[in-house]
Design a protein around this ligand. Sequence first.
Ligand code: IPM
Ligand code: MN
Length: 324
Amino acid sequence: MIGGDGIGPEVTAEAIKVVRAAGVDIDTTDFDLGGSRYLRDGEILSDGTLDELPSYDCILLGAVGTPDVPPGVIERGLLLKMRFDLDLYINQRPFVGTAPGHDRPHEFVVIRENTEGPYVGEGGALRVGTPHEVATQGSVNTRLGVERCLRYAFELADSRERKHLTLVHKTNVLTFAGGLWERTFHEVAAEFPDVDTAYNHVDAACIYFVQDPHRYDVIVTDNLFGDILTDLGGAVSGGIGLASSANLNPTRTAPSMFEPVHGSAPDIAGQNKANPTAAILSAALMLDFLGETDAADRIRAACADPVSGTTTDVGDAIAARVGN
Ligand code: IPM
Ligand code: MN
């Protein structure tokens, strides 16, 4: 467990409470990492800590980032470092809800590539702070990285009732990366004759998320587009307080990591106010990955009816509902 910063430790505590109430006997170890730890002794994620992680089955993370540390330090040094070093190449984010202005629920899953694209940090800056400052920020897309992400998305779509997969990109502008994604998408599609496919530019996808979310079943997209689209996905599916995610290493060569889509929300930290549902639903994704699908389904069912109250009230109410 990496509770992390802000509301992170509060929401992960409720998530584990619910997992145990669902009858899963889980052993946990707390790792004190995040912005507060960094400010205390300088550790972000040491090689020693990173080497320890593979001895666990999975990681449940709350949120990282504190206003006292400049943006990027903890995000890149802890969260992205785990995504890259543990090869968590799939970021799976399910969305169920009724969007504003609609009268029936949608249900779709975004598969976000999680180890490449603009997140790699290719680029640099020269003459910073002068009128001659130059900043470049590249996007790295490899055939291997794109293909394994697309294949995962096709397999997922093939396993679902609708069997529909939409590629989201910006092939009309980002022609190099877009070309690789689009060509590979069509090549992998040939292996999945039962899966219907579609393509949307990312700007158009933003309209459809709001106006016609029912068109989607599985969406596959690049790292940065996936980051942005999944905040919108949360906003049209009951709010970011419900949005869960799984950072997966599908080959299981390292532990996968499960975390709510939301951040550390420092403004409400320590006030027992944060909605723990996103963390609880992320723990359900963790149980799916560990093969505890019955408990995961019970947790999802228990979260379906809204609960109000404090962080601990919500955790207690959901824990009471999942009891065997
Ligand atoms: C997310 C977050 C992270 C991301 C941040 C905290 C680095 O926004 O998981 O969506 O951009 O991937
Ligand atoms: Mn994000």
